[in-house]
Design a protein around this ligand. Structure first.
Ligand code: HEM
Length: 443
């Protein structure tokens, strides 16, 4: 009896050892990058989500870069992942979108942003949505919006100047949210019974948190927020569909017209997911960038002085100083764009960009197996001392004479390749206009 028990015990131990061995040494038709797959099922999930307050590369990534080099393997939330901090591999990944790699985000992201959000769509549907967004936030549309952006900044700054203190991140987030919500769905926070913005509170904490959906967790709050916001957006869309407006004036009008067309590929669910992503992406990212820019300028008087001079010169050159900002003036803000680039380099608002390998891929002696997730890590590129001298220093002058309009091997704050951020110019307009209003009217 005892020997049968011992045999079963030994057999179980063998199975467990075999399982652990296979987990730690995944199959691959080549040579996997170095790294650890952690414990079975759990992988390195706990280490990955460990909170940190550093403005440097996250300790999870930095420690592994030092141990294994710029490309390493790990396992997070039950998935094998290749982490890339290598500028060449990152660039290659962006260029190969839809061919060797494809945009892919963990289930937790798709739960929050919707299964049919623009980041998870591919091919024809993706191109269709991208065009829709570019129409909305492209230069032609922004040219018309610049006075609205200026008015919003001026109104808020005036209001804040009468207060003893302002929580900048929250206040700028509300400012941008109101502006975007107005453009997308003609939502007016001041005259609305329900508070749409409230559903988006604490969203970013939930997004980068351990994905357990139980009451009290940041992830749970985030999912609840999504449910509430989606319900509101759906109700608004239905109300509008019942009473379509004659003149197209916001994104909802455009969507309603599209949905009425017989040959359209757009569905209500896709339009609502897109609306949700745009609202989130616009206010949460840009408010962080504006807040950090203000802090950095406050801490760097020389940069603040040069910025102020640039903006005062713009006003001096005007026929009438009381006129509002023009697109031409915006485009002439050379030093401002250097400040913006330097701020988003340091802010690393998007700390990870995810893709999936569609085939086995060999790169610099490593193999990335088909089906594995790939995590591009922009902070590792932006804070690389070989490319940026004293990388943690705020130095807008380092961008002097550098082409800063797109992505490159060493700058990917807005992503790169086909999926380059469609809101880049919108962000820049908001930041530039806000800084213009701030430095020309306030101290
Ligand atoms: C500081 C501000 C911003 C930063 C740092 C930022 C960053 C990024 C990054 C890194 C990506 C690439 C994601 C990927 O490749 O998977 C991206 C994509 C995207 N961004 Fe932004 N973004 C910002 C502002 C905005 C704004 C204001 C909007 C909306 C108007 C927006 C809408 C989007 C959308 C819709 C995509 C998906 C594009 C696609 O899949 O082709 N972003 N953004």
């Amino acid at each position: 009896m005892i020997s049968v028990g011992m045999c079963i015990g030994a057999f179980l131990v063998l199975i467990i050892i075999h399982w652990v061995y296979n987990w730690r040494n995944p199959r691959c038709n080549g040579k996997l990058p170095p790294g650890s797959m952690g414990w079975p099922l759990l992988g390195e999930t706990i280490q990955f989500f460990a909170p940190n307050t550093t403005s440097d590369i996250a300790p999870f990534v930095k420690e592994r870069m030092q141990r294994y080099g710029p490309i390493f393997k790990t396992s997070v939330v039950g998935r094998p992942v290749i982490v890339s901090t290598d500028p060449d591999l990152n660039y290659f990944i962006f260029q190969q979108e839809g061919q060797l790699f494809q945009s892919w985000y963990p289930d937790t992201f798709t739960e929050i942003f919707g299964r049919q959000n623009v980041g998870s769509l591919h091919g024809f549907m993706y191109k269709y949505l991208k065009n829709m967004v570019l129409n909305l936030f492209g230069p032609e549309s922004l040219k018309k919006m610049i006075s609205e952006v200026e008015e919003a900044a001026q109104t808020k700054l005036k209001r804040w100047s009468g207060q003893t203190s302002v929580e900048m991140k929250e206040a700028t987030a509300t400012m941008i949210f109101d502006l975007t919500a107005k453009k997308l769905i003609s939502y007016d926070s001041e005259n609305s019974l329900e508070n749409l913005r409230e559903s988006f509170v604490a969203f970013i904490q939930g997004l980068i948190s351990f994905p357990i959906d139980i009451p009290g967790t940041a992830y749970h709050k985030c999912l609840q927020g999504r449910k509430k916001a989606m319900k509101m957006l759906k109700t608004l869309l239905h109300e509008r569909r019942a009473k379509p407006r004659k003149e197209q004036s916001d994104f909802f009008d455009y969507v309603i017209e599209e949905l009425q067309r017989k040959d359209t590929i757009l569905t209500e669910a896709i339009a609502l997911d897109l609306m949700f992503v745009l609202l989130f992406a616009s206010f949460e990212t840009t408010s962080l960038a504006i807040t950090l820019a203000v802090k950095l300028l406050h801490d760097h008087p020389l940069a603040l002085r040069e910025l102020t001079e640039e903006h005062e010169a713009i006003i001096r050159a005007r026929e009438n100083p009381a006129f509002g900002l023009t697109w031409k003036e915006y485009k002439s803000m050379k030093f401002t764009f250097q400040v913006i680039n330097e701020t988003v380099r340091l802010a690393n608002i998007v700390p990870a960009i995810f893709r999936k390998a569609l085939r086995d891929i060999n790169f610099k002696g490593h193999t990335i197996p088909a089906g594995w997730a790939v995590m591009v890590c922009p902070p590792a590129v932006h804070l690389n001392p070989d490319k940026y001298q004293d990388p943690l220093d705020f130095n807008p002058w380092r961008w002097e004479g550098v082409e800063i309009n797109g992505a490159s091997r060493n700058f990917m704050a807005f992503g790169g390749g086909m999926r380059f951020c469609v809101g880049t110019e919108f962000t820049k307009v908001q930041m530039a206009v806000f800084l213009h209003s701030l430095v020309t009217k306030y101290r």
